[in-house]
Write a protein that binds this ligand. Structure first.
Ligand SMILES: [Fe+2]
Length: 241
């Protein structure tokens, strides 16, 4: 199967907890290409206090990869975006046009802390949509409130958010609770798309196993939707139809 689009991957070297050097970046991109991904969007962390990256720093790190990539032969098409940690600083950047939305500029990847959801999160998401960006929530299956009752996601969906599955949750990479939450959200067809969230070359084998598990769980057509038409739709690409 080909034509997959990965909306969440940490292959840019030396900017966060993802690839540590160009060799690891290339190994990840080659592995994901072999797994069926024709497009891989880089989403390095923007998380003040942990990964102090702003848009210019992310752009510099992405641009610095270009000579390595262009000498490497056949790879997926790549783009730059970011995984935006949804704190006050990053929320301000999202509203001020200082974030790094997905290519096409209509959606943006956001992540939350693991514990309690931020207060008035749905209202803040609505603010983001009013600023012209659809919030795409990274790995909802990993958040503890979702383990207890995934209806806490309903107000976020009502505010216009999309849910992005980290496919590796399906093979237990993040433990049983995250796996169960992912299975339940899949069953209720809550996900708009699935991604790798790969950080290391060794993650690619897990991604391959997880896609097989996804296909067993939801069938080939839904698996393909989550990895191709779904992400293309988030990018606003005509290939989504
Ligand atoms: Fe991530």
């Amino acid at each position: 199967m080909r034509g997959y689009v990965d909306l969440h991957c940490h292959w840019v070297a030396g900017i966060d907890d993802g690839a540590r050097n160009g060799d690891e970046s290339l190994a990840m991109l080659r592995g994901l290409h072999q797994a069926g991904f024709d497009t891989v969007v880089a989403t390095p962390h923007m998380r003040p206090g942990m990964f102090d990256n702003d848009r210019p720093a992310l752009q510099r790190a992405f641009d610095a990869m270009k000579p390595t990539l262009s000498a490497a032969g056949r790879l997926p098409v790549v783009h730059l975006s970011s995984e935006h940690f949804f704190d006050d600083v990053v929320f301000g950047r999202l509203l001020k046009g200082q974030a790094v939305p997905y290519p096409g500029g209509r959606a943006v990847l956001v992540e939350l802390g693991r514990g309690a959801l931020p207060v008035r999160l749905a209202e803040r998401f609505f603010d983001v949509t009013r600023a012209g960006l659809v919030p795409v929530l990274a790995h909802p299956e990993r958040y503890e409130p979702v383990w207890k009752d995934d209806s806490c996601l309903d107000p976020l969906l009502d505010a216009g958010a999309h849910l992005l599955l980290d496919v590796c949750a399906l093979v237990g990479k993040y433990g049983r609770s995250a796996q169960r939450a992912a299975e339940k959200l899949l069953e209720s067809e809550a996900y708009e798309a699935a991604c790798s969230d790969a950080h290391r070359p060794s993650d690619v084998d897990v991604v391959v196993r997880a896609i097989e598990q996804l296909e067993r769980g939801v069938g080939a057509a839904e698996c393909k939707r989550l990895l191709s038409a779904g992400p293309l739709g988030i990018l606003g690409s005509p290939g989504a139809t």
